[in-house]
Design a protein around this ligand. Structure first.
Ligand code: OOG
Ligand code: MG
Length: 260
């Protein structure tokens, strides 16, 4: 017998809370159902007193798609409990097998809601108009699946491997965000080099992509939302004692230290 949406949500939520890996799901899980599993997991986070603070996009770059063997854009949720202050060491206990990746992060002012007659274009324009700031960020991803391997519906159900995120100093928006140099380094050595155009050819493309997800799957964008645009380069395994840095053009460099 195949597991229900609620059973899958409980399995994955448990795996995350107890930091243990689980087998990949039934390959036949439709993507719509995978988003329902993800939504039930969000409800569990909210029931534990966390606050939903916005969506994160995944697989918006070729580098990430190729690294993980997946070829469609996905969206997950962020809560306040995932917000890790940059000046605090990252403690690896509590994760299954964490990786880290650079991100371009958007901060919004007002909430953005789907209204009658909205199209991808109108909604994308509302999203971009609501952006007040951008920053260099990093995301700790931690697939709950064995060996960090998954299908598209697996990773969607598992909230797109979301675990923690770190944001750097905010810069006002609108400003140019395309074509900016990105240097991602571990212990002073650049391990990923790209431009922000690695995100969908132009990071502003994140707005129509997210708009489409809002229309397809009922993803919401609350007031003051934080949105991750997706990594431009391959993610790196986290190890004790590392210092990880994301340096985007003239943005303040963002670094985080991993506890020994
Ligand atoms: C899924 C999450 C992808 C990104 O920035 O592309 C993602 C994963 O790689 O485990 O967050
Ligand atoms: Mg990411």
């Amino acid at each position: 017998m195949t597991a229900s949406i609620s059973e899958l949500a409980a399995l994955l939520d448990d795996a995350q809370r107890t930091a243990h890996e689980v087998p990949q799901l039934d390959a036949a899980l439709p993507i719509e159902d995978a988003y329902k599993v993800q939504h039930e997991i969000l409800t569990k986070h909210l029931d534990r007193g966390e606050t939903y603070i916005g969506p994160k996009l995944g697989f918006t770059s070729k580098a990430k798609m190729e690294q993980m063997g997946v070829d469609e854009i996905i969206v997950g949720f962020l809560t306040d409990a995932m917000d890790h202050p940059a000046d605090e060491e990252l403690v690896l206990e509590g994760f299954v097998h964490p990786r880290i990746e650079p991100e371009l992060v958007f901060k919004l002012g007002p909430a953005v809601e789907v209204e009658d007659g909205d199209t991808v274009e109108s909604l994308a324009a509302k999203l971009e108009a609501a952006v007040t700031h951008v920053a260099a960020g990093m995301e700790v991803i931690d697939s709950r699946y064995k060996d960090f391997k998954f299908s598209l519906s697996d990773v969607v159900a598992d909230n797109t491997s979301a675990a923690k995120f770190v944001t750097g100093q905010w810069v006002e928006y609108p400003r140019e965000i395309g074509g900016l140099d990105v240097a991602f380094s571990v212990d002073g050595e650049v391990v990923g080099h790209a431009t922000t155009d690695a995100i969908l050819g132009d990071p502003r493309e994140a707005f129509p992509q997210l708009a489409q997800m809002m229309l397809n799957y009922g993803i919401t964008v609350p007031a003051g939302a934080i949105i991750l645009g997706g990594s431009m380069v391959e993610a790196q395994w986290l190890k004790p004692g590392q210092v990880i840095e994301n340096r985007i053009d003239t943005f303040a460099p963002l670094s985080v230290r991993v506890a020994q």
